[in-house]
Design a protein around this ligand. Structure first.
Ligand code: NAG
Ligand code: NAG
Ligand code: NAG
Ligand code: NAG
Length: 372
């Protein structure tokens, strides 16, 4: 598996979910227009060296409503903070690499890049916290360098995650982009790859739009508090674990290939509660082991009274081209999963598992074709 680290983290984080839905889709589609890149406050050229302080200084001194323009070359950086209202424009052909030096993310305890039981050792690569209207734009690439050896070590972030799994510990690896307690955040066009940990984590945020981006995966997590009004549109996901969510999630026009899980919601009684209004529309999946996977007892030993209740989960115009396992596993009959299928076509040879679930609509076993 490419990101053993992500697996580890699922047990710790809250609701995990990947996919899209319909009436919410039309609502959000009207609100979300194609972003325009604002004027730049500064234009920079990368030299494939550590430019953390240059980038942070440019972001800090940029006026609200303007963008720092990474115009050419390759930039290497440690932890960065994007201030409120400021954008980062990663132009076509430009690569912004997350440094492989754990010290540049360390939260002060010298834990980043090591294993322990709790893992609060690393700041994320890019953080937006308490921000309104910040953005990351452009046709360039953010490369997390997950598979590159760490400075002074014979081990990459991914090796560390693998070791954590074997030893039943947690890896202290930075999340690539973390958006916390914010509003109206946009990721547009950028490609995001090789995350040491999750690629994009959104929590306690109202109004998050990812449009025309390419990711290994996305996580919208509820551990710090739920996020609302999320649109994930016209994206391509590759290997990874998909997306995790709050409520009012809309996923439109997604292709997802070569992964273990696709449209995925995982929770348990320590953190679940009501997860309403999730819509997946126009999703094509190929070579995904679990294209639809709803789990309400992800950690079977969890305790608490936040019984997961998945309601109003819609699957519209879904195609699954390869044989796969579909799981709708509700908590109890009193809190069944409420899901609706509309125009769902899957390949022959599937396994369909439902427990404590009320599913309306039906699926057709007639999907074929070799590409999405
Ligand atoms: C690094 O690890 C590889 C195998 O994982 C090993 O062959 C090599 O000798 C190691 N190098 C050092 C400097 O430890
Ligand atoms: C769906 O997204 C792809 C990019 O992944 C884009 O090329 C295509 O135009 C989108 N389709 C629609 C109908 O918007
Ligand atoms: C299918 O996806 C898995 C990852 O889940 C990957 O390892 C494998 O190479 C993919 N197979 C094909 C034929 O692309
Ligand atoms: C779900 O969406 C419907 C229709 O937009 C809305 O009335 C309802 O309040 C939403 N439920 C929650 C819990 O957000």
């Amino acid at each position: 598996m490419k990101h053993p680290g992500s697996c580890q983290m699922l047990g710790y984080f809250a609701v995990l979910l990947v996919a899209s839905l319909q009436y919410a889709a039309s609502r959000d589609l009207r609100q979300v227009s194609e972003p325009k890149i604002p004027a730049s406050c500064e234009s920079l050229r990368g030299n494939d060296r550590d430019e953390t302080s240059v980038l942070q200084k440019a972001l800090n001194s940029c006026a609200k409503g303007r963008v720092v323009h990474l115009a050419s070359g390759t930039f290497v950086s440690g932890h960065l903070t994007i201030p409120s209202g400021v954008g980062l424009w990663i132009d076509s052909g430009v690569v912004l690499k997350a440094s492989n030096n754990p010290k540049l993310y360390d939260t002060g305890k010298n834990l980043c890049g090591t294993l322990n039981k709790v893992y609060h050792g690393c700041s994320p690569f890019i953080r937006m916290v308490n921000t309104v209207g910040s953005m990351i734009y452009g046709k360039g690439t953010i490369d997390g360098q997950g598979g590159v050896n760490l400075v002074g070590k014979n081990q990459s972030w991914w090796d560390l995650a693998h070791e954590a799994k074997l030893k039943n510990e947690h890896q202290n690896n930075p999340i690539l982009i973390e958006i916390d307690n914010s509003r109206d955040i946009i990721l547009y066009q950028v490609s995001i790859k090789n995350g040491p940990n999750y690629h994009v984590v959104v929590s306690l945020t109202d109004g998050f739009t990812a449009i025309s981006t390419g990711y290994d995966n996305v996580a919208i997590k509820a551990s710090n508090g739920p996020s609302k009004q999320i649109s994930v549109m016209h994206n391509r996901f590759g290997p990874g674990h998909g997306m995790s969510i709050g409520s009012d999630l809309t996923v439109v026009n997604l292709t997802h290939q070569d992964a273990v899980t696709g449209l995925h919601i995982k929770s348990d009684r320590s953190r679940g509660s009501l997860v309403p209004n999730i819509t997946y529309t126009d999703v094509c999946m190929r070579n995904i082991t679990n294209p639809i996977d709803l789990q309400s007892e992800y950690n079977p030993t969890a305790t608490g009274n936040f019984i997961p209740e998945y309601k109003g989960i819609s699957y519209n115009n879904i195609k699954v081209l390869t044989p796969a396992i579909f799981t709708f596993d509700g908590y109890r009959d009193e809190k069944p999963i409420g899901a609706t299928l509309h125009n769902v076509h899957i390949a022959k040879g599937h396994t369909w598992v439902t427990r404590h679930a009320k599913i309306s609509g039906k699926y057709f076993e007639d999907a074929s074709g070799s590409s999405c």
